[in-house]
Design a protein around this ligand. Structure first.
Ligand SMILES: [Zn+2]
Ligand SMILES: [Zn+2]
Length: 191
């Protein structure tokens, strides 16, 4: 039950190769924006479901199948593993894949991309490639300083950040006193 058994002709990632007429050397160029129907990646980083993907592709009949070459460009979204800042960067995937006609290639090889009713579906292929390219531990930049372990301040914004350890608890005490006093003050002003 491979996903290639069912190709939805309405999917934005599906291309119809019928016009190539199985003539070796016949070519078609496509530029299209498609939107991911699933997440490409993880919750930490990836191309979220519904994201636009700009496809610039050339389809060429090579006899055994249709060779697809070109690029897919999308926006990677994620969170820095050190400072939790949002990351957004462009990812460009090089596409070079042969989709074989029925009866060609190794029928038992699950990794072979296949044409189904002369349609080819790029989405599973692109998702696999995005996932392979994802950084294991995404960071906003290589030298990200992360967060202060005591107060959570972003150390990239405040490189000289530091604490005199006992100050925190004394401030907490003062803050409590001020909370108690403030309602009385407002009552006095009203009178
Ligand atoms: Zn960071
Ligand atoms: Zn701090």
């Amino acid at each position: 039950m491979a996903s290639q058994d069912a190709v939805d002709p309405r999917s934005e990632f599906v291309f119809d190769t019928h016009a190539l007429g199985r003539r070796v050397g016949a070519m078609a160029e496509h530029r299209r924006q498609a939107h991911t129907t699933v997440d490409f990646g993880t919750e930490v980083i990836g191309v979220p479901q519904g994201s636009p993907v700009d496809l610039e592709l050339r389809l060429e009949e090579v006899g055994e199948g249709v060779l697809v070459t070109g690029t897919a460009t999308a926006q990677l979204r994620g969170v820095c593993g050190r400072c939790l800042t949002e990351i957004g960067e462009e990812i460009v995937i090089d596409v070079q894949e042969l989709f074989v006609h029925p009866g060609h290639g190794d029928e038992d090889d699950e990794s072979t991309s296949r044409l189904v009713n002369e349609l080819l579906d790029l989405e599973p292929l692109l998702r696999d490639q995005v996932v392979l390219d994802l950084p294991f531990q995404p960071v906003c930049r290589e030298d990200c300083e992360g967060l202060c372990a005591e107060c959570g301040a972003n150390l990239n914004d405040d490189p000289d950040h530091g604490h005199d350890a006992p100050i925190d608890s004394r401030w907490a005490g003062l803050a409590g006193l001020m909370d108690l006093n403030s309602p009385n003050e407002s009552e006095q002003r009203e009178n």
